[in-house]
Design a protein around this ligand. Structure first.
Ligand SMILES: NC(=O)c1ccc[n+]([C@@H]2O[C@H](COP(=O)([O-])OP(=O)(O)OC[C@H]3O[C@@H](n4cnc5c(N)ncnc54)[C@H](O)[C@@H]3O)[C@@H](O)[C@H]2O)c1
Length: 323
């Protein structure tokens, strides 16, 4: 898949990872068209992109079925728009069906109608469920997601594979570990910072000590991995894990947030969690991805989980001070 000099459409371009991808593609010399309904995304995340003069933004809801209007001359679609919140699944079983599965179907249909042949899709480590092999390779199976979010992203992967083979498209599918960095708006770091601002001596933590143990990757490493994976793909549908080489537990995250906020004396109150100490229903307890496939084609994460988390906490705290 060729990116340099191409015209690329990014859905979810005002969101956390999508907005960083837009910046990375513009830095590579691409012309970029962005689509977002601004349900979670923010205009301010696109300021840098809009200033280049090579980025066009359309406020469009994918479920309106109007994406085709923006696909003229587009070579590649990066489809980030989704509802990424695992926690919503048990309370609202429809949201991931519509925002993830149906939206992806409509993206593929619009691409088919406009003869756009290449798609890059951010999937998730949650498609593996609770695998018997850690680190988990891309070829691991069977895939048994334990969250409705994970199931919806696996359904999207399947749709993309079937469209690629039926309509002669090519695809890069990326299974992300937890991605952290500036412009994120909903994750454990935000939860901890908000709670500590309200109560600087005590932190309520969902789950049982020391919490889930997962891999974190910085968004700057993630966007580089996506571009290398797309450009150097050897298969019609290339599936890649993106993560770091190590993991961090929730206690480690709390320690980083407390230290970076300069709080001297914080007591951790663990809630005990649900279903054997998970933070919430559908929360996977152990996650580390095997990233040898991307390493073999020239990508390596610059940061491990702890460094990525520390960097992200600093970026989020600095952005909070700026507003
Ligand atoms: N953040 C992570 O750690 C992580 C991990 C694995 C996979 N992912 C995937 O990466 C992608 C981006 O995640 P994120 O964390 O940046 O989320 P985000 O919520 O910040 O970004 C999603 C963007 O999509 C937009 N959007 C949602 N529904 C839309 C619709 N119907 N039409 C148009 N726009 C719509 C939102 O306004 C938002 O700007 C998602 O597909 C998510 O599933 C994220």
């Amino acid at each position: 898949m060729r990116l340099q000099g191409s015209k690329i459409l990014v859905t979810g371009c005002a969101g956390f990872i999508g907005s960083h991808m837009v910046d990375a593609l513009l830095a590579k010399g691409c012309e970029v068209v962005g689509v977002d309904n601004l349900s979670a995304g923010k205009r301010e995340f696109m300021e840098r992109a809009l200033a280049t003069g090579r980025f066009q933004f359309h406020q469009t809801d994918l479920l309106s079925g109007r994406l085709k209007e923006h696909l003229g001359g587009v070579d590649v679609v990066f489809h980030f728009a989704a509802n990424p919140d695992v926690r919503q699944g048990p309370n609202n079983t429809r949201v991931h069906m519509e925002q993830n599965i149906e939206a992806t179907y409509l993206v593929l249909e619009a691409m088919r109608a406009a003869s756009v042949r290449s798609i890059c899709f951010p999937s998730t480590s949650t498609v593996y469920g609770e695998p018997g092999q850690i680190p988990t390779e891309e070829g691991y199976g069977p895939l048994i997601p334990i969250s409705i979010y994970g199931a919806s992203k696996l359904a999207c992967e399947a749709l993309i594979c079937s469209y690629a083979h039926t309509f002669d498209m090519d695809a890069a599918i990326y299974r992300f570990a937890n991605v952290v960095g500036s412009r994120s708006t909903h994750n454990v770091v935000h939860d901890f910072i908000r709670k500590l601002r309200e109560e600087p001596n005590r932190l309520e933590i969902l789950g049982a000590a020391p919490g889930t143990n997962k891999s974190y990757v910085h968004v700057s490493d993630c966007t580089k991995a996506m571009m290398i994976g797309a450009e150097r793909a050897q298969e019609q549908v290339a599936i890649y894990n993106i993560g770091s080489l190590d993991r961090l537990n929730v206690q480690g995250i709390a320690d980083i947030v407390v230290k970076e906020m300069g709080l001297p004396d914080v007591r951790y109150d663990w809630t005990g969690g649900v279903k054997g100490g998970r933070g919430w229903v559908g929360d996977v307890k152990e996650m580390l991805l095997d990233i040898k496939k991307l390493q073999a084609i020239g990508w390596n994460p610059m940061m491990g989980s702890e460094a990525a988390m520390r960097q992200a906490v600093r970026e989020i705290l600095a952005a909070g001070k700026a507003h």
